[in-house]
Design a protein around this ligand. Structure first.
Ligand SMILES: [Zn+2]
Length: 163
């Protein structure tokens, strides 16, 4: 379980993280076709899919698996407030369902972890868009307050929902 301190630390290191982030998006040296040896996603004609890899595809770990391995999220969703403990199971169910459909449609959009933190729950994702989908889904279902802080290039999102 990641500590709250770790989460704060991530915020302070934001500039550094965004620079390092480039290494996950570098497609210039991507072999095509390629297959991820961890999740078996296939890189084909410039995009990651769940199609079967063609014969001769190179073995290359996908950016989502690398982020999971490094515990290096592109999205943080913090869920907090007094409403949360009473509805924790339903809210986690909704978060996981959004995570599953995100992953099904977009191989690089995955939940890394759902953790208990001092404020409530912290959901980390491999993709900023998935973090926004999850945060908006919780807000749509349970109302409350939602705050979305994107990085300038929108590749990183910190979302906070409270009720
Ligand atoms: Zn993978």
């Amino acid at each position: 379980m990641k500590s709250e301190r770790g989460f704060q630390h991530a915020g302070r290191e934001q500039g550094l993280r965004e620079r390092r982030d480039d290494s996950y998006r570098d497609v210039a040296k991507m072999p095509d076709p390629a297959a991820c040896p961890v999740c078996h996603a296939t890189y084909l004609k410039g995009r990651w899919t769940w199609l079967d890899a063609p014969a001769g595809a190179a073995s290359h770990k996908c950016p989502a698996c690398r982020r999971i391995e490094d515990d290096f999220p592109a999205g943080y969703v913090t869920l907090r407030g007094e409403f949360l403990p009473q509805h924790r199971g339903d809210i986690i169910g909704l978060v996981m369902a959004r995570g599953e459909s995100g992953k099904r449609d977009h191989p690089l959009q995955r939940i890394i972890a759902v953790k208990d933190v001092a404020q409530g729950l912290l959901v980390t994702t491999t993709d900023a868009h998935l973090a926004s989908v999850i945060a908006r889904a919780v807000h749509d279902a349970y109302k409350g307050e939602l705050k979305l802080d994107y990085s300038k290039d929108e590749n990183f999102l910190r979302a906070t929902w409270s009720r």
